[in-house]
Ligand binder design. Structure first.
Ligand code: IVH
Length: 705
């Protein structure tokens, strides 16, 4: 792409002007998107549309508080990619040790003094920097040009996200000013502000697209997009705070280094400061703690770095942690509020989860209204009652939790202890049972016994059914599904497929607001596209407890076809022991899966639903593995030239037979297939006395297996 960088436009635009322009862009781009996706008659060409998109991204990067809920930058729900090239960092990206209190900070200082043999009277200067909660990135500049950008990865090797990082307005394509080393790795944090995060999630929610749990995940997901224009549209920011490999030193102190980074065009946090003496650290820590709720982005502590770089160098690292820096972490953010109610939610498997409905309260920039109470035992243990004042806590990405009840604030007369319902809140009003383990021990879980007859569970099950890893039906998200469910259009999975061919039902939809002819056509097409489905997805979508995506794939490979799977399940439900053994013997399938599958298929209503569904579908066979072949579990090494098949093919062949293919020969190798030109690997194999085969011998063995 010629110029993927966000377009920040004239630098003197006022906030007011930007707001007006962002509103206009939102409207204009929505109309272009409608023309493109719905009418399939684009109003502008791609380049013109991209220019609008960049303009929007640029303004949002400059005025994060102005990101609109209907911003075009928030409309794309693509999942992060997993396919970036690996890049090795010039110098490893390290992490920081944590201090949780003043005593740990004092230990850190004492270690430094001991290490450097400094007198106690010698003052130590430090920088104090915000510990921004995002994800770190490594930017490689050569001759002042950005040549590569990568995520941290495991510290040595990260992912190449150069194109994506280039779209950030805070990351200069060329270094400004002078004095930069010919080669330098600049490091810092990519993050999203609270306003941008909230707007992004609000927009995603309205579209039933995925939402992120916290700004850090959102930043990470936004950066790791295969399509850089998606990253460009997200208002990501970047603060520089460190460097890795450099061709020449460029500063004598950390403080000076930060100034240089700023001179060269990076954002360096205005909050960073330098203290002359370690005694000032605690005061600065408190000051950061005070400011934290108003920063507009997440910080989870402050970082102290010894200012003198010559001392940093002498101290160097202990493992992956510098001896010259430490993160002084904040305590989790807490607040007090009132429990207005305790609601019971029914999950897909019927588990009842109590949720505290709180008087809305701002905890570190996020308004909290709900907190999970986990289960009945937890409520009893903490003695949480409706009407109580409680301390709630938000730590990093976790769902807000109730820490404790403020007993002094309990009203008098006291509210009664919370009585966990014995009857499910679902319309069936089933008896709530306490779950027991296979061994008969009671667990903390209370369950609705209504299963598929329970409308709450049924709806949750339908949501699973259409989810990404299951049938993944485009345009049929949770919101639409809930509406269809309420109208009685969709009550069980098979109904979705019936609906697509049911003219009267579609007429009901057509009469509904928001459903035009085109959207109905799209919905029907999306459903029809899934009428043919892979066996693994089908099994996963049934919502059998303990059968997640991986187990579903195992079962699909194990049974091979829907017919084989369903008849085995019938036998299992009827108490057939060999069916149970067959299932139990599959890789990573344990007793819990066997029990859950048996219980599921023992229920008439489940069997009826599965049968109703199956007749609507074409379920594709899975490629059955040949796990019990002579080759299963063996390690094979190919060396030398192969004549009748390619390496890749031979490798795939071996893997189909359940063998592992390795690159080098060791005692763990079972078979070495040696072709012409085989060298040292063959010698090693001979020395180790391993089984050595020619290509022809291998092929005939593979055919037999
Ligand atoms: S310095 C050799 N400075 O915290 C030290 N890190 O726990 C390298 N972080 O991976 C890190 N703000 O992602 C440093 N002002 C700051 C930071 C910071 C946030 C992150 C960074 C690092 C992690 C270490």
């Amino acid at each position: 792409m010629a110029d993927p960088a966000p377009d920040t436009g004239p630098s003197d635009i006022s906030e007011e002007g930007a707001a007006i322009e962002l509103e206009r862009l939102a409207k204009e781009m929505a109309e272009h998107e409608r023309l493109y996706y719905v009418e399939q008659a684009p109003g502008v060409d791609d380049a013109a549309y991209d220019a609008l998109k960049r303009r929007n991204a640029g303004l949002e990067a400059r005025f994060p508080a102005l990101v609109r809920a209907d911003s075009p930058s928030l409309r794309v729900g693509a999942a992060p990619s997993t396919s970036f090239a690996a890049v090795r960092h010039g110098a490893p990206m390290l992490s920081l040790d944590n201090a949780f209190n003043a005593a740990e900070v004092a230990d850190f200082i004492a270690r430094i003094r001991r290490f450097l043999k400094l007198a106690a009277a010698e003052p130590l200067a430090f920088t104090v920097e915000p510990k921004i909660d995002g994800l770190s990135a490594n930017l490689r500049y050569e001759q002042g040009r950005l040549v590569q950008g990568a995520t941290r990865g495991d510290g040595r090797t990260g992912e190449d996200v150069t194109l994506n990082l280039r779209t950030l307005a805070d990351i200069p394509e060329r270094l400004k000013g002078t004095g930069w080393p010919e080669r330098i790795e600049v490091r810092g944090e990519v993050y999203l502000g609270h306003a941008a995060f909230a707007a992004m999630n609000a927009a995603a929610e309205a579209l039933d697209a995925r939402t992120y749990a916290n700004p850090r995940n959102a930043a990470s997901g936004s950066l790791r997009q295969i399509d850089p224009t998606i990253t460009a549209a997200r208002p990501l920011r970047f603060f520089a705070y460190a460097w890795g490999d450099t061709s020449a030193p460029f500063a004598e102190t950390q403080w000076e280094a930060l100034q240089r980074l700023r001179d060269w065009g990076f954002q360096v946090s205005d909050l960073s400061l330098r203290v002359e003496n370690e005694d000032a650290l605690e005061v600065q820590y408190r000051a950061f703690e005070d400011r934290r709720p108003r920063l507009g982005f997440d910080i989870d502590g402050v970082v102290y770095k010894l200012d003198r770089l010559d001392w940093q160098e002498r101290l160097s690292f202990a493992g992956r942690i510098p001896r010259w820096a430490i993160a002084h972490k904040f305590a989790p953010e807490q607040a007090r509020t009132l429990v207005n109610d305790i609601e019971i939610q029914v999950g897909r498997t019927g588990a009842l989860t109590p949720v505290a409905k709180l008087a809305p309260i701002n905890v570190g920039g996020v308004v909290v209204q709900n907190a999970t109470l986990h289960n009945a035992d937890e409520i009893a243990r903490k003695d949480i009652r409706v009407g109580d004042t409680v301390v709630i806590q938000r730590a990093g990405d976790v769902i807000p939790q109730v820490v404790e009840v403020v007993l002094d604030a309990r009203s008098s007369p006291e509210p009664p202890p919370f009585a966990f319902p014995q009857i499910c809140p679902c319309p069936l009003k089933t008896a709530v049972t306490r779950e027991t383990t296979g061994g008969g021990v009671e667990t903390v879980v209370r369950r609705c016994t209504g299963e598929m007859a329970c409308p709450f569970q049924r709806l949750e099950h339908l949501k699973l059914f259409v989810s990404r890893k299951a049938f993944d039906i485009e345009g049929l998200g949770e919101r639409q599904l809930s509406a269809f469910y309420e109208d009685g259009l969709v009550r069980e999975p098979a109904d979705i497929f019936r609906l697509a061919r049911d003219e009267p039902a579609l007429a009901v939809l057509r009469a509904r607001e928001g459903y035009g002819e085109t959207s109905i056509r799209n919905l029907v097409a999306a459903i029809e596209a899934r009428r043919t489905i892979a066996l693994a997805r089908f099994i996963f979508a049934l919502g059998i407890r303990h059968v997640g995506e991986t187990t579903a794939a195992t079962l699909a490979r194990g049974y091979g076809s829907a017919e084989a799977f369903l008849s085995a399940m019938d036998l299992l439900a009827a108490g057939d022991t060999s069916a149970a053994e067959e299932l139990d013997a599959m890789d990573q399938v344990g007793g819990a899966v066997v029990d859950a599958a048996r219980a599921y298929f023992a229920e008439d209503h489940n069997r009826v639903r599965v049968a109703n569904l199956s007749v609507q579908l074409t379920i594709e066979d899975a490629e059955a593995p040949q796990a019990d072949t002579a080759m299963a579990g063996k390690t094979v090494v190919f060396t030398g030239a192969l004549e009748s098949v390619t390496r890749d093919e031979a490798k795939a062949q071996a893997e189909r037979l359940g063998a592992k293919v390795a690159g080098s020969v060791s005692k763990k190798t079972d078979i070495v297939v040696a072709g012409p030109g085989a060298g040292s690997k063959l010698k090693t194999a001979e020395a180790l006395g391993l089984q050595i085969l020619s290509e022809a011998e291998w092929l005939s063995l593979a055919r037999e297996a």
